[in-house]
Ligand binder design. Structure first.
Ligand code: ATP
Ligand code: LTN
Length: 335
């Protein structure tokens, strides 16, 4: 559809301040695709309202998430950066795909089960149909590749199934996308409970390291990270806490687990945690500086949002017109 280049699409919810899980599992990898692919990176605010949001916070975080995209190396000239609710085709195709997504399929989604348990007083229909809207995000742009963390694999499989089902009924309409899940750091775990995913909406601040946390907070959180009662820095079954810290250290330094074990041979957990904290803080410092600069230039961020939404809407319209025609919607203005 887009001439010579294949298409990449991904999204992040403005549902909280981003964590190093979002950074290492997703955003940090986005810029790798900018040259070879036609890339869309979206701030998915419509997904965020499946959980109750304070309007002023949602607004601020939408700007912040866009600023973080840019601070993490995404050049708005080379990537289409925009906000989901600015392009009405997402909600429009979302509704249509609701009608091609089965109740049974949605019931099996682990994210739905987790979020229902966490938000027992607000299990709304949007939380349930969330994956159909996510499929719409992706399929609107004839996406080939979707870089995401491991937790999104199931949603990607559903997207593929919905695309294939639609194509089977109506003939080739959508490209069936592949996930791109990084080999290391696809699932950064909570520092308070290393059997649980680190999540930006976690209420326990000690469980998450946020991209924007000050240096001393980052170091303090790593120092307090839950580990086992042993003392050896070893990547081994049953040492979930240490394995998670080693993955984080490896992701920031590029060192292998063997190299890390050798580096900390004879040293204790205290030394290792300090090293992880310092390395993480060092790596995030330039992102934080660029973020601060961008947040002071709201006019620039708004310009990026407007241009991005215009470009995305133009591209999405091509898929929408095809979808409408195939389904049998009337279009009296079309000659
Ligand atoms: P929430 O807590 O609001 O559900 P989240 O932290 O899970 O949010 P999302 O906005 O849903 O973050 O995800 C953005 C991207 O970050 C997705 O590609 C997701 O797979 C990835 N991601 C989220 N958490 C982690 C993690 N702990 N490790 C690796 N990747 C992650
Ligand atoms: N569901 C994702 C966020 C998301 C997304 C997308 C990711 C919404 N639409 C499209 C990739 C492609 C999440 O919860 N992390």
């Amino acid at each position: 559809m887009y001439q010579d280049k294949k298409v990449v699409f991904s999204g992040v919810q403005p549902s909280g301040v981003l964590t190093i899980g979002n950074y290492l599992g997703a955003i940090r990898n986005f810029a790798d695709f900018s040259e070879e692919y036609h890339c869309y990176y979206c701030v998915v605010d419509e997904h965020a309202i499946t959980v109750r949001q304070v309007p002023a916070d949602l607004r601020r975080r939408t700007y912040e998430t866009l600023a973080l995209y840019i601070a993490c190396g995404l050049d708005p000239e080379k990537n289409t950066l925009y906000v989901q609710s600015h392009v009405s085709a997402h909600a429009e195709l979302g509704w249509i795909l609701d009608c091609y997504t089965m109740f049974g399929e949605l019931s099996r989604m682990t994210q739905f089960k987790d979020k229902s348990a966490k938000n027992a007083d607000n299990i709304n229909a949007g939380l349930f149909t969330y994956p159909a809207l996510m499929a719409a995000d992706i399929l609107l742009y004839q996406t080939d590749l979707v870089p995401v963390g491991a937790d999104q694999k199931q949603h990607l499989e559903l997207t593929r199934d919905v695309a294939a089902r639609f194509n089977q009924v109506y003939g080739d309409t959508f490209v069936v996308p592949d996930p791109y899940i990084p080999k290391t750091s696809a699932k950064i775990m909570s520092l308070a409970d290393p059997t649980k995913k680190m999540s930006k909406s976690d209420e326990n601040e000690n469980a998450v390291v946020r991209i924007l946390d000050p240096r001393d907070a980052i170091i303090r959180k790593f120092k307090r990270a839950v580990t086992d009662s042993g003392s050896e820095i070893k990547y081994a079954e049953g040492k979930d806490g240490i394995m998670n810290l080693m993955s984080i250290y490896s992701a920031f330094t590029g060192k292998t687990m063997d190299e890390i074990e050798r580096e900390f041979d004879g040293k204790g957990y205290g030394d290792f945690k300090m090293a992880v904290g310092e390395t993480c803080a060092d790596a995030l410092a330039p992102v934080q500086a660029e973020f601060a600069r961008l947040m002071n230039d709201k006019a620039y961020l708004e310009d990026v949002m407007i241009k991005g939404a215009e470009a995305a809407a133009r591209d999405a319209a091509r898929t929408m017109s095809k979808v409408r025609r195939k389904i049998g919607f009337t279009d009296p203005r079309r000659k």
